[in-house]
Design a binder for this molecule. Structure first.
Ligand code: KIV
Ligand code: ZN
Length: 402
């Protein structure tokens, strides 16, 4: 974690530059069709997130079901380091139930939300602006009666009129919200729009400098990570994200991408997180296992190809200096090493290394013959396994002895 908690000059990074990582795998992630987790699976995921240094775990939506209530309560009981958060609509019963569920936590948070956009006001709730404002004040005030850590979210914020959004955020801050979350609920914003929205709120809303602004970006256009980081560059200091990018529809910003982008480009962003990045691969595998959602092969950071190289030029470069084609080390995300995949694009350098790894050392002509046969095999076969190469070299050695 050293490189991200220190500046390039070796100075400790300032607390105001720390980005709070709010994980919603167990709430928004679980809302994604087919990703339901059992009670025990949720505890296992929460334990790992807690150990990994996630600042806030959104453990569930306690009013949604007895099962959700119980898992939030048990996670609250067990968590050692993370703040445990529950979600609640802007309704007294939701908020009180949430407060009850998070009560055993060392540090608990109530996250209450309401739709603010014209579409949500008219079609989802059938209420006007004045009524929304009243509910914002009432819900945050009620939540503050239970805990001093209250987050308020403006659902569909990116499609809300700016003036009205400012009034809602101001009302939430006046009522005691300590974190204000600006969701791009339907993944509609572009990264420059999203950054500008956070900047505008910080400039215009009285009291904005007293609270933490948070991003919650959905991935409908594949922009969730870029939009979240744009929010951070504009001054947001909490990012809501989920392991493997799980979440409603196309998902939320992927936690591992946010964390590694902040770490790898600390020079450009000047912020840091408290995440132990060497646990990212484990977290990804665990979430993939318990949800039965495979991780796409070429997924950034945790996909099986993220540190794999096949082309001859790339393999040659990696063998000479890993920095030629890798901007992060595999160790930094919890892998032992990069992998050189043997295929038709591989060159002599990688083939010789592979032979060495398999315990062979072939001289001049034998090596050349083996390489030609390997290329022919790789052309004919989609996957060349170690066993294929072993068989090929054994034949080469046998024919040399004939
Ligand atoms: O996407 C969204 O707006 C949400 C809120 C409940 C924060 O998930
Ligand atoms: Zn969401």
């Amino acid at each position: 974690m050293d490189s991200e908690t220190k500046t390039p000059e070796g100075q400790p990074r300032a607390e105001q530059d720390r980005v709070v990582i709010f994980d919603t795998t167990l709430r928004d992630g679980e809302q994604c069709p087919g990703a339901t987790m059992t009670f025990d699976e949720k505890l296992e995921v929460a334990e790992l997130l807690d150990e990994m240094g996630v600042d806030v775990i959104e453990a569930g939506f306690p009013i949604a079901s007895q099962g959700d209530f119980e898992s939030v309560q048990e996670i609250a009981r067990r968590s050692q380091n993370s703040v445990i958060c529950g979600l609640a609509r802007a309704q007294p019963k939701d908020i009180d139930t949430c407060a009850e569920a998070i009560k055993p936590a060392k540090r608990g948070r109530i996250h209450t939300f309401i739709g603010t956009s014209p579409l949500h006001r008219k079609y989802q709730m059938g209420i006007d602006e004045a009524e929304v404002l009243e509910r914002v004040t009432a819900s945050v005030t009620r939540a503050r009666g239970h805990t001093d850590d209250v987050e308020w979210s403006a659902m569909d914020a990116t499609r809300t009129e700016e003036d009205f959004l400012c009034r809602c955020v101001e009302a939430a801050i006046k009522a005691g919200a300590t974190t204000v979350n600006i969701p791009d609920t339907v993944g509609y914003a572009t990264h420059d729009e999203f950054g500008a929205l956070i900047r505008m709120l910080l400039e215009r809303v009285p009291g904005a400098d007293q609270i933490v602004f948070s991003t919650h970006c959905h991935n409908d256009l594949g922009l969730a990570v870029a939009n979240s980081l744009s929010g951070v560059m504009a001054g947001a200091r909490q990012v809501e994200c989920a392991v493997n990018g799980l979440g409603e529809r196309a998902g939320n910003a992927a936690l591992e991408e946010i964390v590694m982008a902040i770490r790898t480009r600390a020079d450009a962003m000047n912020v840091w997180t408290g995440i132990d990045t060497t646990m990212l691969t484990r977290a990804s595998k665990l979430v993939s296992r318990v949800t039965a959602f495979p991780v796409q092969y070429n997924k950034a950071i945790v996909g099986r190809n993220a540190f794999a190289h096949e082309s001859g030029i790339h393999q040659d470069g990696i063998l000479k200096h890993a920095g030629t084609f890798e901007i992060m080390t595999p160790e930094s995300v919890g892998l032992k090493e990069s992998s050189l995949v043997m295929g038709k694009h591989s060159g002599r350098h990688a083939f010789r290394e592979k032979l060495k790894e398999l315990g062979y050392e072939l001289g001049g002509n034998a090596f050349e013959d083996a390489f030609v046969r390997f290329k022919a095999l790789a052309d004919a076969k989609k996957h060349v396994y170690d066993e294929d190469i072993e068989a090929l070299v054994d034949q080469e050695i046998a024919s040399a002895h004939d």
